[in-house]
Design a protein around this ligand. Structure first.
Ligand SMILES: Nc1ncnc2c1ncn2[C@@H]1O[C@H](COP(=O)(O)OP(=O)(O)O)[C@@H](O)[C@H]1O
Ligand SMILES: [Mg+2]
Length: 520
């Protein structure tokens, strides 16, 4: 019945045609899509659309995708540097991975390129992981890795990193000692301590030793990177100041400097006046040797390394404005500090005084004294060092840098015996007899053992004599050199001869290097 209705038949036919058209169109579209995915170049006139993420994505998926995107962006921006040499045995790492999309405070860009970083840890994995994290930062670079405090100090002196990331527990030299030493030897570098949670006491000690900040392991990459930027910003004025000072002291740079003029420095000889026996005349000899040397070269510096009971303020009648302590604390001193530490005396020499409180000696190490001597050497043409009688760490360190050790004795048995004992020990201290000159002080005093006998007993070839001279004693009471009191006094003449002899000896070529002393 329905088939007899023509209108209904036409309507059915139209529906059928429509269904066929729809089916054909969908089939063609499917075929085109398959062709395009097999050979992209053949998909004419249509750009490949990116694969859209599924309409519903879990939070975790979203996080991973964002993280991958962020990592990719960083990889293309800054390729990781070549691996640094392997310096220590492998062990466990203690770093957590970097979280996504860090929110960072803004910091000014580093002076002259990248923030240079030294990574110090006995754990190789930690060093590598930290270095890898830093490699992603375009404005930072790891300039070296060290596996203990000693190596860290050497590398910091050599590489001048802006930041040192320092572990605490390390063999040979721990991070606290290294931090303290770096304050003197590499004051340019600012230190961030890396430590595990339970080391809070150590961490406090490290901060007191001069560290700027700390990171508790395990730390995130962002915590570390932000900390580096923060500390770099704190250190910025120090970097600028030191870089300016460095430029000012470069030869040929016309910058006005207050205080003593820097010399070509490193060749300035160091004359260390030492005696194993107190009261032999070390201070009297040191003062007058320095003044006598000043007739040959200028400027001459006199350092009081009798750190506990230095006598120079009394014997030279000066009130110290600043002392070795300030020099040590400043690390690399600026010209202003140097001019207040190197105080001029009426005799024409500049004097660096010992700390004014005996307990302050405890804060000064032998290495610090070496650094002090180097600083003074580079700001004078000759450096004379007065010392304490004990073989302290300071004296042993100074013996390493001294060109000449002038062994002062009085011509009596106890003094000769002490000198003999010291000379027997000298080879163990890396001190060869050629570097020791014997000064027989008060050689003319009543009952003196003849110089020839002493010479024979002590088997030293360079022997000098200073007569017993009341004028020398008087000069010390007055706070002047014997030259100021009477330039022709017998002791003044003897000091002139001594100065000429040690000066010409210092100009002679230095013999081959000695092995490092085993003690210290
Ligand atoms: N050549 C000398 N003639 C006279 N008195 C001297 C001479 N050398 C030192 N003295 C006196 O001996 C004392 C000790 O000298 P000092 O230089 O302080 O010894 P040290 O520094 O070795 O302890 C001082 O009172 C000093 O005046
Ligand atoms: Mg003395």
């Amino acid at each position: 019945m329905l088939l007899n209705n023509p209108i209904l038949l036409i309507a059915l036919a139209a529906v059928a045609v429509l269904v066929v058209i729809v089916l054909l169109t969908r089939r063609r579209a499917r075929r085109a899509a398959t062709t395009a995915s097999r050979s992209p170049g053949k998909a004419k006139g249509r750009a490949r659309e990116p694969v859209a993420p599924p309409a519903v994505m879990s939070d975790e998926d979203q996080r991973i995708l964002t993280s991958l995107g962020a990592m990719k962006a960083r990889e293309t921006a800054a390729p990781p540097p070549p691996p640094l040499p392997d310096l220590a045995p492998k062990s466990q790492a203690a770093i957590t991975p970097r979280p996504i999309e860090p929110a960072r405070p803004t910091f000014a860009p580093p002076i002259g390129g990248k923030i240079r970083i030294l990574v110090v840890d006995d754990n190789k994995d930690t060093r590598d992981n930290v270095s890898r994290l830093i490699a992603f930062e375009q404005d930072m670079e790891v300039v070296g890795q060290a596996f203990n405090g000693k190596q860290a100090i050497d590398m910091a002196v050599q590489l001048q990193p802006h930041i040192v990331l320092m572990d605490i527990n390390m063999p040979d030299m721990d991070g606290i000692t290294a931090t303290r030493e770096m304050g003197v030897q590499a004051p340019y570098s600012q230190i961030i301590i890396m430590s595990v949670q339970f080391e809070t006491d150590y961490m406090r000690a490290a901060m007191l030793a001069g560290a700027r900040d700390y990171q508790t392991k395990p730390f995130s990459a962002d915590e570390l990177i932000n900390c580096i930027r923060r500390v770099y910003d704190i250190g910025r004025p120090i970097y600028q100041k030191m870089e300016q000072a460095e430029q000012a002291t470069r030869p040929g740079t016309e910058v006005a400097i207050a205080g003593p003029a820097p010399t070509d420095g490193l060749a300035a000889p160091v004359f260390m006046v030492y005696s194993p026996k107190g009261g032999s005349g070390k201070t009297a000899v040191a003062i007058n040797l320095a003044v006598a040397l000043r007739e040959l070269v200028t400027p001459v510096a006199l350092l009081d390394a009798d750190l506990q009971l230095g006598d120079l303020p009394v014997d030279l009648n000066i009130r110290p404005k600043a002392t070795v302590s300030e020099l040590v604390a400043s690390g690399r001193p600026d010209p202003e500090l140097l001019s207040s530490v190197m105080q001029p005396h009426s005799s024409g020499i500049s004097v660096v005084f010992a700390p004014q409180k005996p307990e302050l000696m405890e804060l000064i190490t032998g290495n610090m004294m070496i650094q002090v001597a180097r600083t003074l050497k580079s700001h004078s043409q000759a450096l004379v060092v007065d010392t304490a009688s004990y073989l302290t760490d300071h004296n042993l360190a100074l013996m390493e840098v001294a060109n000449d050790v002038l062994l002062v004795i009085t011509p009596d048995l106890p003094s000769v015996k002490d000198a003999k004992l010291f000379l027997e020990l000298a080879p163990d201290l890396g001190l060869r007899p050629e570097r020791v000159g014997l000064v027989i002080n008060r050689a003319t005093m009543p009952g003196a053992i003849p110089a020839a006998q002493i010479e024979k007993a002590l088997k030293l070839t360079r022997v000098f004599q200073i007569p017993d001279d009341p004028k020398l004693r008087l000069s010390l009471i007055k706070g002047v050199s014997v030259f100021q009191l009477d330039a022709n006094a017998p002791s003044a003449q003897a000091f002139r001869q001594l100065a000429q002899a040690v000066w010409s000896n210092a100009l002679e070529p230095v013999p081959a290097a000695e092995p490092a002393p085993p003690i210290r």
